[in-house]
Write a protein that binds this ligand. Structure first.
Ligand SMILES: Cc1cc2nc3c(=O)[nH]c(=O)nc-3n(C[C@H](O)[C@H](O)[C@H](O)COP(=O)(O)O)c2cc1C
Length: 309
């Protein structure tokens, strides 16, 4: 057996496989397909201060190589999450990450301080792709100073490990990662969805009511991998890779590119049992390669492009 355990800042995970926010319910909805003990952690759907009804339909569209979605952060708000969801995950045999979203920096800090009191939560993931309502609705993830401000507020509100989830829809993601790190992030997640759209030309209509939507799944893997690699080069804190992961081979590509853990999102829609099987497949791959611990491979990419000796 290879050692699959990894460390994300002060947080030890049994293996590097996490669910991706918004694709796995709050985690336990999928327990019969992917039991929590088979995964390193479960990341909740984004929780906001107030309930959000989400965007109007159609808000999901399957493309040749992934999904377009514009769910609009539909959720029942932090009150319902604290009351109904957290007691149910209390005994889950895995790490629980709560993903939070806000319309202004202060909302993220408020959410963080409410969650800080709850032992069921092991870590926070901060969804910086939310539009900054007070700043022309540009997402917090598009400006290093904004990312820093949000993370500083969150850092001051909680002692739990905090991870900044970044958007790929920027020119230099490494600079945003640095901003998040300067604000006190214990790590960064790279990445959220890519902006995309789809058109039904016969009816002259967009396939998604909001026209623009987030693109995820197999098609985004090369972009996500490049973003994760750029982040790993830019910051000293751990990077969690996310985008198009559908196999243990994919997981190891992200690990070699510099990620300490990896999230699985869209692939779990077609196979909800997949996340729960990845650790076993990882073990097989590492054993076949004679690698004793997955940690040995983190960031082992040979940047000169030479084949390893
Ligand atoms: C239907 C759907 C809903 C999502 N909801 C959220 C969300 O609430 N918060 C968030 O941070 N990311 C959300 N995401 C983005 C995913 O967590 C992930 O970053 C992205 O889909 C890329 O990973 P993947 O290609 O493995 O799906 C959502 C993605 C999908 C497909």
């Amino acid at each position: 057996m290879a050692d699959l355990s990894v460390e994300l800042a002060s947080l030890a995970l049994r293996n590097p496989i996490l669910s991706a926010s918004g694709t796995f319910g709050h985690g336990l909805e999928m327990e019969h397909f992917s039991p929590p003990h088979t995964m390193g952690g479960l990341v909740s759907k984004t929780v906001t201060l107030r309930p959000r009804p989400g965007n109007t339909a159609p808000r999901i569209h399957e493309t040749e190589a992934g999904f377009l979605n514009s769910i609009g952060l539909e959720n029942r708000g932090i009150g319902a999450y604290l009351r109904d969801v957290l007691p149910r995950v209390a005994d889950a045999d895995t790490r629980i990450f709560t993903n939070i979203g806000g319309e202004e920096a202060g909302e993220f800090a408020e959410l963080a301080s409410m969650l800080d009191e709850r032992d069921e939560v092991d870590a926070l993931e901060v969804n910086l792709s939310c539009p900054n309502v007070g700043g022309g609705r540009l997402p917090f993830s598009t400006d290093p100073a904004l990312a820093e401000r949000v993370m500083r507020g969150v850092r001051e509100a909680t002692d739990k490990p905090v991870f900044a989830k970044l958007s790929p829809n920027v020119t230099r993601i490494g600079e945003i990662a640095r901003g998040a790190e300067a604000g006190g992030a214990d790590g960064v997640t790279a990445v959220n969805t890519l902006l995309g759209m789809a058109v039904d030309w016969r009816h002259r209509k967009p396939r998604i009511a909001s026209v623009q939507a987030g693109y995820s799944g197999t098609g985004i893997k090369p972009v996500a991998l490049r973003c994760a690699w750029e982040c790993a080069r830019a910051v000293d804190v751990p990077v969690i890779g996310c985008g198009g992961v559908g196999s243990a081979e994919d997981v190891l590509e992200f690990v070699v590119a510099g990620c300490s853990a990896v999230q699985v999102g869209t692939a779990a829609f077609s196979d909800p049992a997949l996340p729960g099987t990845l650790a076993e497949h990882l073990d097989d791959l590492l054993e076949a390669e004679g690698v004793a611990s997955v940690r040995e491979l983190v960031g082992s990419l040979d940047r000169e492009g030479r084949a390893p000796a």
